[in-house]
Design a protein around this ligand. Structure first.
Ligand SMILES: [Zn+2]
Length: 377
């Protein structure tokens, strides 16, 4: 069997080792593929992160973008992989390698879809590929910098596909149309250190912290909206004590992680935490790590669902679960977001791999979406 375009591209991308924040030459390689199709690349490299905006001006109105990343997570113990993680070996119809699903496979499918349509001389909308090498890390200088550049240049797309592995069992069974937000709080409870045999001269910081943390963990955040999972709050770390067995701690540190649905917001969450701490001496350090976002029902999500149905026959589930994604940066700029990629088993695991049939299916869905993309402009 001859290799499909998507498979051969996925192999070439996996072989370019690119553990965050390294790009491993992937974005130059993508440029070499896209330039003959009429794409122009703008580099938005920031602080050692490689970021690219590839644009092909289309014959039809509207701008359709694909956003993704070339970086991958570390391999873990290489000796535990059935095949070396960067050799991209295909065996019994399975492509093995780090990034096979997250998300070099998805990148390869998009490029294969675009290349196929350009080869047919079909009139197309303007197409962008927005690629960063900083998604799996802190995402501080990745997609957010690309979005800033596009806002300044007034080149934001009308809709975007995020190529993250969104599906469960079959390609097309699930897309993500929103994500919960993330708030982190570093808390320091202050007391007075002293001898445990003379508690009257101390103020035990653990005793201060415990009831407050219990109250925060039990907070009712209200009913979740729009099918989003409810807001949850998890205490991740508590630390206090000197190591001695007879010293009352004067400080207790705690770290909490809150995942919020769009029915809540950062300021409201902040005021709930501050109110719980009102009667104790604390220092609170809030970090609004990621804003919640959701793409409302409408023509964009309808098109994605209809392309999935055309290719696979599946009625896709519109989901908002899981952690956050780079979609938040585009959504914050007002761009409708749909996350659609390969299935998500084996991602980040030792032995990441993809069934090569998945690559064919996703390429066909992307092709259908690009072919039928229309804008009111
Ligand atoms: Zn990913």
């Amino acid at each position: 069997m001859t290799q499909s375009v998507a498979l051969s591209l996925a192999i070439k991308l996996i072989q370019r080792q690119s553990i965050t924040p390294d790009d491993g030459g992937c974005q130059n390689y993508i440029e070499s593929l896209l330039a003959p199709l009429g794409f122009v690349r703008i580099g938005v490299d920031t602080a050692g992160i490689t970021n690219s905006i590839y644009t092909r001006i289309g014959e039809l109105p509207g701008i359709l973008a694909f956003a993704g990343h070339t970086d991958v997570v570390p391999t873990g113990p290489v000796e535990n992989w059935p095949q070396p993680p960067f050799d991209a070996i295909v065996e019994y119809g399975i492509l093995h390698g780090r990034g096979a699903k997250d998300m070099k496979g998805g990148l390869a499918c998009w490029i294969a879809a675009v290349a196929g349509l350009c080869g047919e001389n079909t009139p197309l909308p303007t197409i962008q590929m927005l690629i960063t090498s900083d998604e799996e890390g802190d995402s501080i200088d990745g997609t957010v910098r690309i979005v800033e550049h596009m806002q300044a240049a007034e080149t934001l797309p009308d809709a975007v596909i995020i190529g993250e592995p969104s599906c469960s069992e079959k390609v097309g069974d699930t897309i993500r149309c929103g994500r919960r937000g993330v708030v982190h709080v570093r808390m320091t409870f202050h007391g007075i250190q002293g001898h445990s045999a003379y508690p009257q001269d101390t103020d035990n910081a653990i005793h201060r912290a415990a009831p407050v943390l219990t109250e925060i963990a039990a907070t009712d955040w209200g009913d979740p909206i729009d099918g989003f999972p409810a807001t949850t709050c998890q205490i991740i770390n508590i630390h206090a004590g000197t190591g001695a067995t007879n010293v009352v701690p004067g400080e207790c540190e705690a770290f909490i992680d809150i995942r919020y649905n769009p029915g809540n917001d950062f300021e409201q969450i902040k005021s709930v935490i501050e109110a719980a701490c009102a009667d104790v001496s604390t220092t609170l350090d809030f970090d609004h790590v990621a804003a919640a976002f959701s793409t409302p029902a409408g023509p964009w999500l309808d098109l994605v669902c209809s392309s999935i149905r055309t290719v696979t026959g599946l009625d896709t589930i519109l989901d908002t679960g899981g952690g956050t994604s780079d979609g938040r940066f585009l959504a914050a700029a007002g761009v409708p977001v749909a996350e659609l990629g390969l299935t998500n088993s084996t991602i980040h695991q030792v032995g990441e791999c993809v069934d090569i049939h998945e690559l064919e299916t996703l390429t066909a869905i992307y092709t259908d979406i690009i072919s039928n993309f229309r804008t009111e402009k």
